[in-house]
Ligand binder design. Structure first.
Ligand code: NAG
Ligand code: NAG
Length: 226
């Protein structure tokens, strides 16, 4: 049997891992912290997203708490038929420190949002127009997916791979909320084939020829193609 010390150690490890599992963005320590536009302008520095410095709160205006950038689709569709526009503290300063963010996704008929995940946020997706096959895969490789109709919402648990496809006969529009101001995104195809992982490793992992790997690398990142 376990000694009393071992049991205490196991309990300590269990409570530590429980608190890690429950971790989320920190609670605000003031009413709001409107991100300073000087720092908000650094849009390409991903590490800068997280808790930006505040501007002087005496200078806050209603406009700092309103964002109009999601009224329309961007019209900038990817080759999979997806257009996403996000509201995060870099373009919506009032969100800073409040622990959430938002996005609009438009998907053309037959278009997809390829498998991807958000390392730091659970997503709640709301179909406002169209019919969308939507789902996620858990860590036992079980798929939970079905066609969502207009008005339905689905929760996509934090860190799990998820995907969408417009299976209707009109463009689809979805809104997604995230319980982090910096959810992060890893797109599976480009993380695997577009990141520069050694070719031999990819051949062995997927049972594909050098030529097939080359085709995939070219598709997901022209820079690493040979
Ligand atoms: C914030 O703005 C107010 C009003 O303009 C000013 O009185 C105050 O000194 C400013 N605070 C800081 C820390 O700059
Ligand atoms: C359109 O999307 C591409 C990548 O998908 C991006 O590089 C480009 O900056 C976007 N253009 C606009 C106007 O948003």
């Amino acid at each position: 049997m376990f000694s009393e010390n071992t049991l205490w150690l196991m309990l300590a490890i269990f409570s530590l891992s429980a608190s890690i599992t429950l971790a989320s963005d920190p609670d605000p320590v003031q009413d709001f912290c409107i991100s300073n536009p000087i720092f908000g302008a650094i849009k390409t520095a991903h590490d800068m997203h997280y808790i930006l410095p505040c501007k002087n709160s005496s200078e806050a205006t209603t406009e700092d708490f309103v964002f109009s950038g999601l009224k329309k689709a961007t019209g900038n569709f990817s080759d999979t038929g997806l257009a996403v526009v996000s509201a995060s503290p870099t373009n919506f300063p009032g969100l800073n420190t409040l622990g959430l963010s938002f996005a609009r996704a438009d998907i053309e008929v037959g278009g997809i949002n390829p498998p991807h995940f958000h390392p730091r946020a659970t997503e709640l997706v709301h179909v406002v127009q169209g019919k969308v096959y939507s789902g996620f895969v858990d860590s036992n490789n079980r798929v939970f997916a079905r066609v969502l109709e207009q008005g339905e919402i689905m929760v996509l648990p934090k860190g799990l791979v998820h995907f969408m496809m417009n299976v209707g006969d009109e463009p689809a529009t979805l809104f997604g909320s995230f319980n982090s101001q910096n959810p992060g995104i890893q797109k599976i195809p480009s993380a695997v084939f577009g990141s520069g992982i050694d070719e031999e490793l990819l051949q062995k992992a997927f049972g594909l020829s050098s030529k097939q790997i080359g085709t995939l690398r070219k598709k997901f990142d022209p820079k690493t193609a040979r």
